[in-house]
Design a protein around this ligand. Structure first.
Ligand code: G4P
Length: 338
């Protein structure tokens, strides 16, 4: 599915992170505990240049605890990384976050060397809610400080603890197809950017595996796992009375209903990916992306040859005489592959 969005603020936010990172001790990456892999911004590691990172699996109250545990173990096994799960409206849990930051940069603290933390995350992941919980009664105030751009805000959580907030940022191209669906289902991308029915079909396709029981209970179904995705969505529509004239199931309405049930926890606590699944999806996505890049490069090379911006590469010594025109170059052959 092509999820189409304009990643607004992206350039400004990227620029702000690049400038700010030089004076940052810890990066907090806020992830959605229901889709930790898909909600991680692939550009962030590059932008934050190996700074100690705290992965916060937020909205843990909506995620499957049996899956949150392996995700935490996965992140905690990575060097320079710690991970915690929390519900951002819980003020006590939010205080754990401060302690985890201090553990990641033990040499920082006190007025001379205050802790400087950058917080990043995709839109709707719960950053504002978390910051409000962290700030509690302390007024969140933006710093009037040179270098603090409009794309970030400095919040002082203690006299020696500064949090630099960045706007929610998505990345321009999602190479993991499944991530696109999961981000759409979670609410990270605006409604106009995707097709509800497609997202709902993908959602029930996944849920009928590990969460068949929850689907059956919510929609009074018999054997969800045995149904095709279309049958499943249609049956849900019928059961929930999402009908249109002639008694046919209104698929759009049904899709909205299923997505909404997922987002509001009506289907129970669900996590849409395990570390192993995500690793597999990522490998497939990267392979397809590399193939796409080869094709793109070949098209560009062919274009440059055609318009004589660069000379045609020399033919090998035993070149077949039939290879006469530039469209027979290896690059052009690559470009012509479907
Ligand atoms: P953002 O700044 O990252 O864009 O996200 P924001 O805090 O605005 O949160 C987005 C939505 O997620 C809000 O719901 C918020 O209440 C909810 N949320 C944030 N953290 C958690 C959490 O840990 N658990 C749960 N269950 N929900 C969380 P909303 O319906 O869009 O707004 P509202 O009606 O709650 O104000």
């Amino acid at each position: 599915m092509a999820i189409q969005w304009f990643p607004g603020h992206m350039h400004l936010t990227k620029q702000a992170i690049t400038e700010r990172i030089k004076a940052i001790d810890v990066v907090i990456e806020l992830l959605d505990a229901r889709l930790p892999g898909s909600s991680a911004n692939p550009m962030l590691a590059q932008l934050t240049a190996g700074r100690p990172t705290l992965k916060v699996l937020n909205k843990q109250d909506m995620a499957d605890p049996l899956r949150t545990a392996p995700w935490l173990a996965y992140y905690n096994s990575q060097p320079g990384t710690r991970a915690i799960a929390l519900d951002s409206s819980d003020t006590a849990a939010a205080q754990r976050l401060i302690a985890s930051c201090r553990a990641l940069a033990p040499l920082r603290g006190g007025m001379v060397k205050p802790m400087r933390v950058l917080i990043c995350g995709i839109p709707n992941v719960g950053k504002s809610t978390l910051i409000n919980s962290l700030v509690r009664k302390r007024a969140a105030k933006a710093a009037d400080e040179a270098g603090v751009t409009k794309a970030e805000q400095r919040i002082s959580l203690a006299d020696d603890f500064y949090l630099y907030d960045t706007p929610g940022m998505l990345w321009p191209r999602i190479i993991v197809a499944k991530s696109g669906y999961n981000l759409a289902a979670s609410g990270a991308v605006g409604r106009n950017a995707f097709d509800d029915e497609e997202v709902a079909l993908e959602l029930v396709d996944y849920l009928k595996g590990p969460y068949a029981q929850q689907l059956q209970e919510r929609y009074k179904l018999k054997d969800a796992a045995a149904m095709t995705d279309d049958e499943l969505l249609t049956e849900i529509g019928r059961k929930r009375g999402a009908l249109q004239s002639g008694g046919r199931v209104n698929m759009q309405k049904t899709a909205e209903l299923v997505i909404n049930d997922f987002r509001t926890r009506q289907l129970g606590r669900i996590t849409l990916e395990t570390p192993e699944e995500f690793a597999l999806w990522l490998a497939v996505g990267q392979k397809l992306d590399a193939e796409r890049q080869v094709k793109k490069d070949a098209i560009e090379l062919n274009r440059l040859i055609k318009f004589k911006k660069i000379p045609r590469p020399p033919r090998p010594a035993n070149t077949d005489t039939r290879q006469e025109n530039s469209s027979d170059t290896p690059a052009a052959e690559e470009a012509q592959k479907p």
